[in-house]
Design a protein around this ligand. Sequence first.
Ligand SMILES: Cc1ncc(C[n+]2csc(CCOP(=O)(O)OP(=O)(O)O)c2C)c(N)n1
Ligand code: SF4
Length: 343
Amino acid sequence: MTNSATTAPLPTQKLRFYQKGTFTVGNRLVSEGERSVQASIERSNALTCGHRACQGCGEALGARYAIDAAMRATRNNLIAVNATGCLEVFTTPYPETSWQIPWLHSLFGNAASVAAGVAAAMRVKNRPDVRVIAQGGDGGTTDIGFGCLSGMFERNDDVLYICYDNEAYMNTGVQRSSATPPAARTATTPALGPEPGNIFGTGKSVPKIAVAHGIPYVATATVADLHDLERKVIKAMGIHGARYIHIHVPCPLGWGSASHDTIRLARLAVESGLFPLFEAEHGVVTGNRKIRRPVPVNEYLKPQKRFAHLFTGDGVDRLKLIQAIADRNIAEFGLLDNGENSG
Ligand SMILES: Cc1ncc(C[n+]2csc(CCOP(=O)(O)OP(=O)(O)O)c2C)c(N)n1
Ligand code: SF4
């Protein structure tokens, strides 16, 4: 006997896979053309296992995807120059290396200049097919290496510079950099007093400064959207001249976050408006990535111990100030689809 309750069609529900960039769901569900470089059996595997990054290190993830995509784009004709920092230290404890490409360690502050020299050498040797990447952390990029980077931009050297932004000098014990966000606690920001953590109104946006140099290509990217990250690296490798990609990479050790929350936090940084995703060419912003599910900044800040003091009662005013920063970003880059951009 048939029961009408069991034969009635089930209501359909549209599934959303926000994590299209991860292996677990995304790569098996999207069309072949949309799959990440990592999903290909021909993937280059620039950064092999055995390195010593912390569990859940966003920088290791970002570097592997970025360099793999660049290798693919250049048919493996790629040289990387690395500033001193976590990425350099955890991949190359002497005499070992996890890199599968020609790789040079520069000084902390001169990766952009060394890479410009490598690019010049390739030009002299008539090897236009060999492309050059420089990479470093936010300290190496936005602070000590900033002059060399600006020179590389201004000369339009044929280098892609990638900054892995974990928002502090992590390798030496979490000191503040000019990319550390307001209120974040570090080893060198006030630990006590009425307003602990990094001071509001300080710091700088190197992506915006790169745009102001009028270089051929600038982009921001995140480890929460690896398809988008790979696309931007591949696009950058298709262009000659100075290029800059700034990748937001959570650091469980420095942020006081759980290792398994790295991707979630990277996504919340974007969805809260605190880390806008955009592209620019020759000084003009040409594209952005809309926020799919807007969230208040609290959702991003609360799981991180560096912001714990904001949630103890007297942090309300500063939370409002951080929300205002996010709202300004949303308005400036037009990050919402529904007319809520006027911030
Ligand atoms: C001229 C100079 N000053 C200081 C150091 C010490 N040092 C090495 S790595 C590092 C911090 C790197 O921070 P960042 O560039 O943000 O990269 P992260 O480790 O966070 O990835 C410092 C201060 C150095 N190697 N050279
Ligand atoms: S300290 Fe942070 S950036 Fe360095 S290896 Fe650990 S998680 Fe990665």
